[in-house]
Design a binder for this molecule. Sequence first.
Ligand SMILES: NC(=O)c1ccc[n+]([C@@H]2O[C@H](COP(=O)([O-])OP(=O)(O)OC[C@H]3O[C@@H](n4cnc5c(N)ncnc54)[C@H](O)[C@@H]3O)[C@@H](O)[C@H]2O)c1
Length: 277
Amino acid sequence: MSQKNYGLLAGKRGIVFGPLDDKSIGWHIALAAYREGARLAISNIKVAFRLGAVEELAKLCGDAPLIACDASSSEELETAFAELKEKLGPVDFIVHSIGMSPNIRKKRPYEDLNYEWYHKTLDVSAMSLHRIIAQALKAEAINDGGSIVALTYIGAQRTFSSYSDMGDAKALLESITRSFGSRLGKRGIRVNTVSQSPTKTTAGTGIEGFDALYDFAEKVSPLGNATAEDCANYVVTLLSDLTRKVTMQNLFHDGGFSSTGISDSLLEMLYGKKEQP
Ligand SMILES: NC(=O)c1ccc[n+]([C@@H]2O[C@H](COP(=O)([O-])OP(=O)(O)OC[C@H]3O[C@@H](n4cnc5c(N)ncnc54)[C@H](O)[C@@H]3O)[C@@H](O)[C@H]2O)c1
């Protein structure tokens, strides 16, 4: 079903960090932002341009400028924001859709993390948000009244054994969101995280036991798991002027998972069909 365009982002400009391919949450956010009238730039690490389908996305988003940048490098971000200003001007929104854990990729158990990789997880998945916002401010590349959104997971609040050091990274990411949100309020800039359901993307499916995590969440969530497209539609509301007073929040976009203890469908799965009264 094609999605209606509400013109929520007409006249706005922004940058989306992290689309890789058509499964990526960032991919769908870029498409939804474009559909809602925004002009945007797309960023990822150089290797992702080769491995992913980012050029195709740029075409689908009105020949959006592509900006290669490792978001864990302040130097590369400095260059990236200079390029962004040159190609698009200062922006009204920034989306951080970046995550990676070498420990998860290489199946190191949480009790025996490789600390260099742990550092990398925190740097790429969380500190990168700090670096992005700090460099955007230094470059005067974000407008007053703007909106910054980063993607997170409920593994920041509750332990999901296979989520390993990403849970720690997401807790840091959410804290950085609050710390910057309080500082940028005077400029009307909002900073929020969206805590998304398990989603079948490259980063998601790299987590051991992802299918079980996905199926469990599907059974527990009254509305079922939210897809990447659903997430994109929610995120554009946060980038729009309709949510000007929402900041420093971790907003669950998970079909109700975060508020559910146990569900009938999970009970049925564990104990068999429910007896009819
Ligand atoms: N998939 C899920 O189940 C799920 C659930 C909740 C939240 N999230 C979050 O959503 C966000 C997007 O992930 P996704 O699931 O769409 O997976 P994805 O693999 O499509 O996207 C992750 C992106 O991070 C990029 N990246 C990695 N290292 C980078 C670096 N140094 N600099 C810049 N970019 C870098 C990758 O190239 C990739 O494009 C992540 O923050 C992820 O943790 C995912």
